[in-house]
Design a protein around this ligand. Structure first.
Ligand code: HXC
Length: 258
């Protein structure tokens, strides 16, 4: 399928979605998030895909929700359409591992979208921010929640209240991003990481992701219980037998994804 607002490609078992509205710095219009939701559904359903990468351009991952599109919304336009999480939230509900490759601006909804991925790898020119306050609104797709969990109250409050941007170095220091790499190497580094994950047992990777995400919802006792039960269940995987046999036989594993 071809899309108007995104470019989609696959490399081996990695599916890549590139946000592509260059004239608007990838502002997240309804058309763009509709395309993205469809592409994510397709990758989730595609048995040949193990990992999903979302990226933008060198100048902008995404400069936020499309301000010109939403500026005249009424409360009921927003409420009845469940603006904005209904379609955007798809990235956060993917069961396969997801990586956001962020270069340039990741502002407002762009920062929120990046935070919906399992982790962010940033180029050294990345800038993160929640500037909604500067246009008379507040974050609406996780900026007050995921950002606070990622970087703590002091920095999240300062960013949400002043709209100031955080550069890549500060984002790494603060725990917002997993790693910062030179801009020219961003996609190579992201693909290396994605391919590494894609070569693991897919169910094991999905279970690891599910267990890490549980830590945001559960008490420690409940989270540890969840982890232990899922860990026990991995002994039903052919991939667990293969992975441990390969270790014992001093050879690389050949995972079947089952
Ligand atoms: C619509 C946008 C846009 C946006 C940029 N553009 N961001 N259009 N919505 N969020 C458009 C500009 O209007 C302009 O179009 C073109 O993209 C290039 O942008 P410039 O401003 O000329 O570029 P530059 O001077 O380099 O500045 C880059 C920038 C600035 C600092 C990123 O564009 C900016 O501040 N953008 C808005 C950032 C923002 O406030 N985001 C939060 C949105 S609210 P023309 O036609 O003039 O060339 C939000 C709410 C989410 O995300 C809550 C629910 C999820």
């Amino acid at each position: 399928e071809t899309y108007e607002n995104i470019l989609v490609e696959t490399k081996g078992a990695v599916g890549i979605i590139r946000l592509n509205r260059p004239k608007a710095l990838n502002a997240l219009s309804d058309g763009l998030v509709t395309d993205m939701e469809k592409a994510l559904n397709a990758f989730e359903d595609d048995a040949a895909i193990n990992v999903i990468v979302v990226t933008g351009s060198e100048k902008a991952f995404a400069a936020g929700a499309d301000i010109k599109e939403m500026m005249n919304f009424s409360y009921m336009d927003a409420y009845l359409n469940d603006f904005i999480t209904k379609k955007w939230g798809r990235l956060a509900t993917c069961r396969k591992p997801t990586i956001a490759a962020v270069a340039g601006y990741a502002l407002g909804g762009g920062c929120e979208l990046a935070m919906m991925a399992d982790f962010i790898i940033a180029a050294d020119n990345a800038k993160f921010g929640q500037p909604e306050i500067t246009i008379g609104t507040i974050p609406g797709a996780g900026g007050t929640q995921r950002l606070t969990r990622a970087i703590g109250k002091a920095k999240a409050m300062e960013m949400c209240l002043t709209g100031r941007m955080m550069d890549a170095a500060e984002a790494e220091r603060s725990g917002l991003v997993a790693r910062v790499v030179p801009l020219a190497e961003l996609m190579d580094e992201v693909m290396k990481t994605a391919e590494k994950i894609a070569a693991m047992s897919r169910p094991a990777a999905m279970m690891a992701k599910e267990a890490v995400n549980r830590s945001f919802e559960a008490t420690l006792t409940e989270g540890l219980l969840f982890e232990r039960r899922v860990f026990h269940s991995t002994f039903a995987l052919a991939d667990q037998k293969e992975g441990m046999a390969a270790f014992a036989e001093k050879r690389p594993p050949n995972f079947s994804g089952k």
